[in-house]
Design a protein around this ligand. Structure first.
Ligand SMILES: [Zn+2]
Length: 562
């Protein structure tokens, strides 16, 4: 019986690799026990194909390969009806396809390199040469020249048949997709070696991967390590030399070639065994990438949960992408996947979760605290109502859902956002897709946040709702006295005082106004200002009441951000 290979979960990087590895080989083909996975070497047979197949399955629809082969349907449609409905628009589309898709992609050096691996006899260049855009001169009328044009289109179709068949073949998909994925997904995790080494001598990326990552493991397993002097940086198993380092991993600070000065005395220790190295090469399969940004939830509870929570996020993202609300998708997916986990077994009572994002070629880290997760979980209803809400700032569309989640992730209160939202509403700025009910919901979330942070303990949610009601009555008072025109001036003063934290100024304005209305000022204002957070919470609750559109407390469901 073969000995089992063992890999343990540890820091976020190896964990992302482990999740990627499980995605590639299938969870059911390894033994998982707590923080450790076990498998035998036969699982590594043809691993290079499994490696690329995972990425192809996951990202197929986004590949340029799909753009090339999907035109076949159009061609078949026109052929079936003998080009009866082929018009100028169809010609225009064909020309664009020829120029911007077929010739654009198939003339790229990276693709050309694998043509001979797909079919050594195929002369792609010749097909491309015989493929031409078809243009009408200014004087020509479509009806007069249609018959000639269709003849030329048919000639183009002949070339396209050959090209599409070439690309759509098993090997066409295998190699063109691999080449595409190397530079669109895999290079977000690592670079500089194997098929990502510019000067690589191996044309076949599959073979290149096998040579760099799989073969060394087989060799390693056959090596007598009893006299090995070193240990793997990651798993602590003995290794013979320090040849394999982590400098191929993007942006993780182990670039021994370039950053020696920064990690002096340290770089010599950062060598790994071939097994860990293969796991690290799976990092891009552990992250979920959307529009070039990657996300990984590092939940260190156990490998099984680690894999599940990331799989759930991946599925949510795919589902949301089909709905077509793009800018919030990753955040929604994140929130759904972790709150669902939260609900299922309530085990986030135990630990904080690390969220790793890959954005603009850098890793960013957030610690999702138990407190933050509780707030998000308790606020699911409000959050859901914010998904389609937002406002415009210059040319930027700011989405409220994303804003709120980002603030919470960064442990920031929401006062600045609340202020802005009330202020914009009061001054009738263009491009606002929310109502005061949404802002009121955000204030509720903020109150939960302040309580979790233990900076506001003496004000209850109920009191704030009461204050909001006071604000509405205050406004009614002015309406009754036929002095609505005064409200905007008062609002302006009150908002300003809140912004600069001027409690006295706020109280002055309020006292004057209440005496004008000949009403007593609500008690809550007299005794709550023990700290800034309490002051602001009460103040903004009041402003929401004053600015509220009484009838619209429900969500603004159809005011989608554009
Ligand atoms: Zn190792």
């Amino acid at each position: 019986m073969q000995t089992e290979i063992e890999v343990r979960a540890d820091d976020w990087l190896i964990n992302a690799g482990l999740v990627g590895f499980l995605n590639i080989v299938g969870k059911e083909n390894v033994r998982i026990d707590g923080q450790t996975i076990y498998f035998t070497a036969d699982l590594l047979e043809d691993f290079e194909t499994k490696y690329f197949n995972f990425f192809i399955k996951e990202y197929k629809e986004t590949l340029s390969w799909s753009k090339i082969v999907s035109y076949k349907d159009t061609m078949e449609r026109f052929r079936a009806e003998d080009f009866a409905s082929f018009d100028e628009e169809a010609l225009d589309n064909l020309n664009k396809y020829v120029k911007d898709v077929v010739k654009f992609y198939l003339k790229k050096a990276n693709y050309i390199k694998v043509f001979s691996l797909i079919d050594s006899k195929a002369d792609v260049n010749k097909w491309l040469e015989n493929l031409n855009t078809i243009n009408l001169t200014k004087k020509q009328k479509w009806e007069d020249v249609k018959a000639d044009i269709i003849e030329k289109v048919k000639q183009n179709y002949t070339q396209l048949d050959a090209i599409i068949d070439f690309c759509a073949s098993d090997k066409g998909l295998q190699y063109l997709a691999a080449k595409n994925l190397i530079y669109s997904v895999i290079n977000k995790g690592w670079s500089g070696i194997s098929f990502l080494l510019k000067q690589t001598k191996i044309m076949d990326p599959y073979l290149d991967y096998k040579t760099s990552f799989v073969d060394p493991i087989i060799e390693y397993l056959d090596t007598d390590l009893s006299k090995a002097k070193y240990n793997c940086f990651s798993c602590n198993q003995p290794i013979k030399n320090l040849k394999l380092d982590l400098s191929f991993m993007n942006e993780v600070g182990f670039d021994t070639a370039r950053k020696t000065a920064h990690v002096w005395d340290f770089n010599n220790d950062v060598a790994t065994c071939p097994i860990c190295r293969l796991i690290y090469s799976c990092v891009p399969a552990g992250f979920t990438y959307v529009y070039g940004e990657g996300m990984f939830i590092n939940d260190s509870y156990g490998v099984d949960e680690l894999h599940r929570v990331n799989e759930r996020m991946r599925n949510s993202i795919l589902r949301f992408n089909k709905d077509g609300i793009n800018s919030t998708n990753t955040y929604r997916a994140l929130v759904e996947s972790i709150t669902m986990e939260h609900e299922n077994n309530r085990r986030y009572e135990l630990a904080d979760i690390q969220l790793v994002r890959y954005e603009n070629e850098h890793y960013r880290f957030n610690l999702l605290s138990k407190k933050m997760l509780d707030i998000v979980n308790d606020s699911r209803g409000i959050l859901k109502s914010l998904i389609r809400c937002g406002y415009k700032e210059g040319n930027l569309n700011i989405n409220l859902y994303k804003e709120v989640i980002q603030h919470l992730m960064n442990n920031e209160n929401l006062f600045t956002l609340i202020h802005k939202l009330i202020y914009y509403k009061q001054t009738n700025v263009n491009g606002l897709y929310y109502n005061m009910g949404h802002v009121s919901g955000i204030l509720d979330i903020n109150t939960k946040f302040l309580k979790e942070m233990e900076v506001m303990t003496n004000i209850s949610q109920k009191q704030l709702w009461f204050v909001q009601n006071c604000g509405a009555e205050f406004k009614e008072g002015y309406v009754t006295k036929k002095s609505e025109n005064k409200i905007s001036g008062i609002t302006y003063k009150l908002l300003n005082s809140l912004k600069v934290n001027d409690k006295d100024g706020f109280m002055d304005t309020l006292l004057n106004s209440y005496s004008y209305l000949a009403k007593p000022i609500p008690n809550v204002f007299m005794n709550v200002f023990t700290n800034d957070e309490a002051f602001k919470s009460v103040g903004y609750a009041f402003m929401l009441g004053v600015g509220g559109e009484k009838t619209k407390k429900e969500d603004g469901g159809n005011t989608d951000e554009k």
